[in-house]
Design a protein around this ligand. Sequence first.
Ligand code: SF4
Ligand code: SF4
Length: 433
Amino acid sequence: MNSPEYPVNFQAKLGYKKTWLSLRYARYFSQIGMIVGLILIPLLGIFRIDVSSGFIVLGRQVWFSDFSLVFGLWLSLACLLVLFYSMAGTAFCGWLCPQNTVSGIANAWTAKHLGKRAVIDWEGQSQSKIASNKNSFLNWIFLTGKLLLLSLIMSLIPLFYFFPPEAVWSFVTFQNDDRLAGSLHWIYMVFAVILFVNIAVVRHYACRFMCIYRMWQYLFKTKDALHIDYDETRSDDCEKCNYCVKSCMVEIDPTKTSFYDSCTNCGACIVACNELHAKKQSKGLLSFKLGKRRNVEHNSRFMNSRLSNRMFAVLPFFLVGSGLFVWGLLSYQPYHISVYRADNSHGEQIYTYRINLASKLYKPGEVSLRVDGIDPQFYSLSKQKISFNSVGRYDVELKINSQMAAGLHTILITAESTNGWQHSERLQHFVSS
Ligand code: SF4
Ligand code: SF4
């Protein structure tokens, strides 16, 4: 029988060996791609966090006041994630999660330096054992050094989200940089130590017993979600074999997966079984399947929801979210102007106003100011043109002299940038008789 993810003709065409290899490498590529993506996103300026103002998206500051942009993006992404969980279950864990990736790397290095049976075993079920011919001081040093280096490198990734690449370089090379907080090295070291302990001794136990995100993904699984299908008609092949169980990072039996188990859809068991059967030029007994599980009754109404129903339920929210996001992009203001009274003495005549100009762009720009509704002889501006090198704020003083006629005057202050942005603020200036 053909499975949607792993069709027989595809295997026959490629050859059995190439097929299981392709699944294995596809997973490696997606895991490495995720780590590279996490580094490239801030490096290319796609997304960063500015603790003083909010987020930076594509070189632009996004303030919380850019509501439609923030909420629209959040809603669209949430809808896409719900659809992903509904269809692929917890596949994020198996194919993309950095915790799983570093745990897999740590397992591979441990096997290389201490032997295949030197596994982390907090439950005492795996008969963990260090190979006697590898149990040397040098091997322990190599393994510890590699795990430490991995922790130090991985701990740098969050820094790229908070600081520009040049500042991270200053941090790595121990140079003074005003953009870096004095305690940053301590914060980094604490983070690196936690990560080292996690990689060295926790590994996939975090996936099984600590990860809240995995539970979150469960909430959205449908009965059609991707899962491991087992060909029971050939169960004779499984006598005296538990190769797939041994290959499973969360130590469950892939021939008996259930709706609520720790399976991450990583496909390692499929690769293992296919690898075993490739020698006999036949297909393995395990495959990915989208659709109803065999021999499983779903009692919960939520679980019974079909993928197609979920799609129709999510679609309106996705359309609203993406519509808001597009509107946010179109109406995005690269600069911001606000006008305040600079004189605050109660009951006294006000003659000075402060015009605050903010640039939200991480590139140079120029903004000029114009004042309408008042004769030029009655006012002065401390600066007419403001140049920004990057994001920042600038205060301009508007002084109105005391010669103006008594009454209420409406003054219009217009800011205009060289790239076509324009915005006006209205000001009511009262002169007492
Ligand atoms: S690896 Fe394949 S043959 Fe071996 S127990 Fe698992 S499903 Fe059965
Ligand atoms: S059962 Fe198979 S797909 Fe699921 S976690 Fe284990 S190895 Fe991965």
